[in-house]
Design a protein around this ligand. Sequence first.
Ligand SMILES: C[S@@+](CC[C@H](N)C(=O)[O-])C[C@H]1O[C@@H](n2cnc3c(N)ncnc32)[C@H](O)[C@@H]1O
Length: 286
Amino acid sequence: MMRIIDSNKINFESLKQAIAKPELYEKSTDRFWDDPYISQQMLDLHLNPEIESASKTKETIEKETSFIIQVTEMDKNKTVIDLGCGPGLYVREFAKTGAKITGVDISKNSLQYAVKNIQSDYENTEFKKMNYMDMDYQESFDIATMIFYDFSVLSEDEQSILLSRIHRALRKDGLFVLDVVTENRKPDLDERISVYESSFWSSKPHMEVFKVFMYENPKTEGHQYTIIDEEGYIRIIRFYNRLFNLDDITVLFKRHNFIIEKVYKNLMGEPLCGNSETFGIFARKI
Ligand SMILES: C[S@@+](CC[C@H](N)C(=O)[O-])C[C@H]1O[C@@H](n2cnc3c(N)ncnc32)[C@H](O)[C@@H]1O
């Protein structure tokens, strides 16, 4: 683990490096989705119906699932995979159609919640702990979903790998339903230094340096949290959000044999407008 204290002194060079702009797609130094403490904080946020944070609000999820069910004609004859399903808030709504739903996630905590609270009520659901980058399904699903801009978070290489895997996992004419953030999103270039007794990242006292970085090629927003504990140990958590435009994503999907059939402002089906900050996309396997 990186440390900024050397022989009882703060090593300012290490500190500078720890808060500097990373290369685009440079990884976090530590895991977070499946870190036991962070994933519990994450689960609490997922389950808060009022806050759009780890998941969208309950109201939005209800509107989105209803629209997705209508457009995809989801019913008991369909099989669905929800990638990065979290605690299964979308799976629960999809399951009400009678479709067979598989939820995939990397977070043990979220999946435990899903098995206990959703699989127990809906026999037509199952949950798998898996990195979706490693999934190896073949012609198994009619519909794949990836919701809450998780596709935007992936590097370009990861996007390509995942699209190939989703293509293989879908049956003939299968649909991939996702939302992404767009280049119309105004970056919030807020930077802050905070000191906490405990926070989302740690139950112990620590300092957090939060910075936002922009990248132009491809247009991407990067969020970096440098977390320094009392002993000077550092963890750096990084998220990237590719800011798509419609041409880029159409070309990318075409390259992976998907045709974008329908695009909305979001997955609630609001019509697309010139300054949409998100796209809700229905792409068909060709
Ligand atoms: C922003 S949350 C969205 C969860 C869910 N789609 C929702 O909207 O309620 C992203 C989810 O993706 C999961 N995740 C992130 N990377 C993953 C990976 N490589 N494989 C599987 N799940 C992943 C996280 O654990 C988390 O539950």
